[in-house]
Every structure is written in structure tokens, then in C-alpha cells.
Design a protein around this ligand. Sequence first.
Ligand SMILES: Cc1cc2nc3c(=O)[nH]c(=O)nc-3n(C[C@H](O)[C@H](O)[C@H](O)COP(=O)(O)O)c2cc1C
Length: 215
Amino acid sequence: MPHREVVRKLREDFMKGTLSESDVNKDPALQFDSWMSNAIESKIPEAQAMVLSTVSEDGKPSSRIVYLREFENGNFWFYGHYHSKKAMQMDKNNNICLNFFWPDLERQIRIEGTVTKANPSMADEYFRNRPYESQIGAWSSSQSNVLSSRKELEDNVEANRKKFDGKEIARPEFWGGFVLKANYYEFWQGRKNRLHDRIAYTLENNIWKINRLAP
Ligand SMILES: Cc1cc2nc3c(=O)[nH]c(=O)nc-3n(C[C@H](O)[C@H](O)[C@H](O)COP(=O)(O)O)c2cc1C
């Protein structure tokens, strides 16, 4: 069967779980904690990988995968280059969205909020604990800039290997963390016949309001 036809006919029924207003924690940060803990226990590959969506100053959206590296009390940390496309967009428009999809659990989580740059001392510590070659990589890549060739990147890496010569590498100022403060969550559990469960949390006068959404 031609692959286009296969794609058109691919159809999974979701049967693994249910989610109801009475199951969920009143605090969405704790609900996230509980689902992330299930994902880790279930050995979901790349459970920490999430889609990060940003929007440019003139309203054009852009998405890419990044790794979640820390979360606490409705704050979610990730790292990257401060001159990258995503960083530029977050600088101009601080509304962003994260999305996790864990097919083996038939779950999706959407988290919306506002972003700021993370505390430099936290980024220093995270950078210090990265593998040496990733530290060299951070120094060697002007993330999102056009390269003339793969060789240009590899030459930068080689030059930095020589420069640092096995010595301790400090975090470059152009690389660091971002932290999203959540103002909206949605927990999605796949159900049979596309009648999925969707539980949304919105912040109203500092109180989380829980609603069920139509699938
Ligand atoms: C599994 C996976 C994890 C990634 N983790 C990160 C990350 O934590 N930080 C990051 O800057 N880019 C990460 N990337 C690369 C980004 O998807 C993206 O290519 C890069 O950040 C440049 O995006 P931008 O040009 O929109 O800024 C990851 C990609 C994949 C597929």
C-alpha cells in the first residue's frame, strides 16, 4: 500500500486509561508531578522531551523539541542558546507553550505560561554537570545561525578543544536557562472512539479552576 494511503488509514484506538475531574490533583503542578512520575516509572523513552512553541513579534508561531531539565511549583526549566530563534522570539513575546506526548501511556500534556531567563547560578550549575563534549558543543555552535558547511561547525569544535585543552569550561554567557511559569494546563488521556478525556486548569484570581473539555 502506498505510504500516503497508509498514513490516511492509520488509526489507533486509545484504551489504556481514563481521567476524571475527581481523579486529578487540585494543584496542576502536583498533577504534572504524578504523570511525569508515571512516565519515568513506565520507562517512556525521552519522557523529558517536549515541544516548545514560541511566537514571533509579528505573530508567527514556531515549534521545536527541547528537554525539560527541572520543574517545581509550576515552574519549568529548559536550556539553550540565548541568540537562537526561540530565544529571540521569547525575548519579544514571553507567551510560550510546552507539549508532552507519551504514546505508550496515551497521554498528552499542554502547559502554557510566560517565560523569563533563568537564574544564572542555576544555569552555571547545570552547565558544569553537562558532559565535556556538550560543553565544547555549546561554545562551538551559534545556534540557529546559517553555517557555510558542516566543516565550519567541526572546525569550531576542534578550535575549542584546543583552546580549552581539557581544562574546566565555564558556561558561555550566550547559553543558559529559561523558565516558564504556568498559567494554563491541560491533561489529555486518550479514550476509545476519539472520546478522549481532557481536564484543563485555568488560573482565576490565583485559584486553579478545573474544567472538562470536549474532545
Ligand atoms: C530530543 C531533542 C532534544 C532537544 N533538546 C534541546 C534542548 O534542550 N535545548 C535546545 O536548545 N535544543 C534542543 N534540541 C534542538 C531543538 O529542537 C532545535 O533544533 C534548536 O533548539 C534550535 O531551535 P531554534 O532555531 O528554534 O531556536 C533538541 C532536539 C531534540 C530532537
